[in-house]
Design a protein around this ligand. Sequence first.
Ligand code: CIR
Length: 254
Amino acid sequence: FRFSHAITRRPGASITAGLRAVDTGAPDLALMLRHHQDYIAALRETGATVVELDPLEAFPDSVFVEDTALCLPEGAIVMRPGAPSRLGEAAEMAPQLRRLYSEVVQVETGFIEGGDILVTEREILVGSSARTNAEGIAELVRLTAPWGRTVREVATPPGVLHFKTDCSLLDAETILATRRLDASGCFAGYRVIHVAEGEEAAANSIRFNDLVLTPAGFPRTAEALDKAGYDLRQIGNSECAKLDGGMSCLSLRF
Ligand code: CIR
């Protein structure tokens, strides 16, 4: 959770065509841009360099850069998003990664999205989901093995978009998770803090250097995190939430 860089991409006007499981209305671009700026300001507050890429109108979901790559200290892995409308986003991200990394490798077959991958100090957890299949996971294993990384396959709960929709890393030992995900047993050996009942969307938070960025509007979870000693920044997420997006989706962190 110590990072010197983040990559973000501003949302464009085509955001209204972004994918969503349930239609709760069109996102308001102006408000989303304000939230996006608050998000970037919080990342910068920690001293990190934050790259802001221009919108890609051809890809309505391209603000959710996390799904296009996995950034590790050893190198960057370009993903293969399982959503057909998002596949081309990965190729758009590859040259940006090459500018910042000496080693950039590529998932060649299957499907895998960054939102299904949680990197902890000891392992890489990857959730199989509607977006991430066995072939994509096998590619992740193949590409990270030379770096001495351990990959553990877990299941993203049915009906949940990504594994990290329901969890986040808070520090080396601690995970913030929904009860439904923790009940699967996948976090045995970690300390788990549960989000409050009815505040499941708060599980998609990020630890970024000394801060925890969490979506605004989940007061009981915020209080629990505050009591546990984390330095919180609550960021408006109402518009991204309409597209099933949250704090982790909005950046690549390394
Ligand atoms: C999608 O369905 O792909 C986007 N509307 C939301 C992606 C959210 N990304 C993430 O959780 N990593």
